[in-house]
Design a protein around this ligand. Structure first.
Ligand code: URA
Length: 209
């Protein structure tokens, strides 16, 4: 399994251009994010395990691969992760959705968890951890730590835009967790925003700029 997958798809690129555009307002941003989620669900969900199941069609008996253990769940890093969680969930509503709230510690300036609500059997699930922006990597790294402390073993991190700094930091701490991103951008600025990026994803999704 590749540890970093940068998706390359003409329609994904087209829609990412809409998200990057500073003139795109939040209703169109949210709609486009949903559309991107549909495109990303194909490569993301291809990581799931399947097992053969006997099925009786109206015509005859057959076997068909169906999802098996570890069963999937989506875990959103609040708040921007919710936009991606909604998008992936539209294609796989069977997957329960968990939430992890992260906030910046005023003293250490590092992200730390302040809230969690996770699906049952988290240790036996294939977790799709989502946050649109992998910037410094601190939130994603802490969220993955948090999940592992609860026994999680199978985690996949999915984002829209990643910075090289975030990928390096995340993989140094969680070499076992593959990353799937729709774009790999150039760098972080001095405030840890991604360049060229798309600005503050949470503000742009929820119209709070
Ligand atoms: N979070 C965002 O929403 N945007 C960035 O560029 C970096 C972190």
């Amino acid at each position: 399994m590749d540890s970093l997958t940068v998706l390359d798809h003409p329609v994904l690129s087209h829609k990412l251009a809409i998200l990057r555009d500073e003139n795109t307002r939040s209703p169109e941003f949210r709609k486009t994010l949903l559309e991107i989620g549909h495109i990303m669900s194909w490569p993301v969900f291809s990581h799931f395990s399947v097992a053969k199941k006997e099925i009786t069609t109206p015509m005859e008996n057959t076997t068909q691969n169906v999802l098996t253990s570890p069963y999937p769940c989506i875990v959103s890093i609040l708040r921007a992760g919710n936009g991606m969680a909604d998008a992936l969930s539209a294609t796989l509503p069977e997957a329960p959705i968990g939430y992890i709230g992260m906030q910046r510690n005023a003293n250490t300036h590092l992200a730390e968890p302040y809230f969690k609500k996770l699906p049952d059997q988290i240790q036996n699930r294939q977790i799709i951890l989502v946050d649109p922006m992998l910037a410094s990597g601190s939130s994603a790294e802490q969220a993955a730590d948090f999940l592992k402390r609860d026994g999680a073993k199978n985690i996949l991190f999915v984002c829209l835009v990643a910075a090289p700094e975030g990928i390096e930091y995340f993989h140094k701490n969680h070499p076992d967790i593959p990353i799937i991103t729709a774009a790999l951008d150039r760098e972080l600025d001095e405030n840890a925003y991604i360049l060229p990026g798309l600005g503050d994803a949470g503000d742009r999704i929820y119209g709070t700029e």
